[in-house]
Design a protein around this ligand. Structure first.
Ligand code: DC
Length: 226
């Protein structure tokens, strides 16, 4: 009998390497990769452009109308606001904070979670975010809580921004990261927290390859058990 599709949930704080690891893991397992943070970022950008990120009522109203479209082009996830490709624009540092702010609004979470479940339905999937194991995929085949120290995460984010030609000073990146961690873990609606049945992986002292290898081993064992 064919096995039912598997789902791997990867949660953790900003800069823990979730998207890098999740993408590599999905590729090695031949599964779809969904970066859910990109969806909150696209909506954060939409509200930034309206100059209304902190207007909760307006945020809740706009999420009903906004068209956040996820498309897979040549196997890569791209984000669209309507027909506008915003894949690049959502990586700007100011969008990170806007995404974190709008993601605290319950109506936004409700809409995004529904979209995420719909996109992943019936597929083998690796999804990363903050509430995947606790909320989006509570019955995931495997839940991983991926962490690294704030300093290591800030160093990695600095390198990433530099490679993209958008360098930022380390102190600033660390400060923003700590502020965003606080906001993501202290909101009332689905705060970032490890699912009770998650496996914790600390990537501070592991290379990317070592982390992906470890996650793949955990995934294959969980898929075998399911
Ligand atoms: O993973 P990221 O840094 O691209 O996410 C941007 C913001 O979106 C993050 O600060 C919190 C929010 N987010 C969320 O609330 N739930 C998710 N599943 C993914 C992201």
């Amino acid at each position: 009998m064919p096995k039912k599709p598997f789902s791997i949930a990867i949660d953790g704080p900003a800069g823990a390497g979730k998207s890098t690891m999740a993408k590599a893991l999905a590729k090695s397992l031949n599964a779809m990769y969904l970066d859910t943070g990109a969806m909150y970022r696209a909506f954060g950008l939409y509200m930034l452009r309206k100059n209304a990120v902190n207007n909760t009522a307006e945020v809740a109203r706009c999420v009903e109308d906004v068209e956040v479209n996820v498309r897979f082009i040549d196997g890569a996830q791209r984000l669209f606001l309507g027909e506008e490709d915003v894949t690049q624009a959502i990586r700007e540092p100011e969008v990170s904070m806007a995404a974190s702010t709008v993601s605290a609004v319950p109506e936004v979470r409700e809409r995004m979670v529904a979209l995420q479940r719909k996109i992943a339905e019936g597929q083998n999937v690796v999804m990363d975010g903050r509430d995947i194991g606790t909320k989006v995929l509570p019955n995931a085949t495997l839940k991983i809580y991926l962490t690294a120290s704030a300093e290591e995460r800030a160093r990695r984010r600095c390198r990433e921004l530099e490679e993209k030609g958008m360098p930022e000073p380390y102190e600033q990146v660390l400060k923003d990261m700590i502020r965003r961690d606080y906001q993501d873990t202290h909101r009332a609606a689905s705060p970032l927290q490890p699912a009770e049945d998650s496996v914790h992986v600390d990537s501070s002292k592991l290379s990317i390859d070592e982390t992906v290898e470890l996650m793949k081993k955990l995934a294959l064992e969980a898929i075998e058990r399911a």
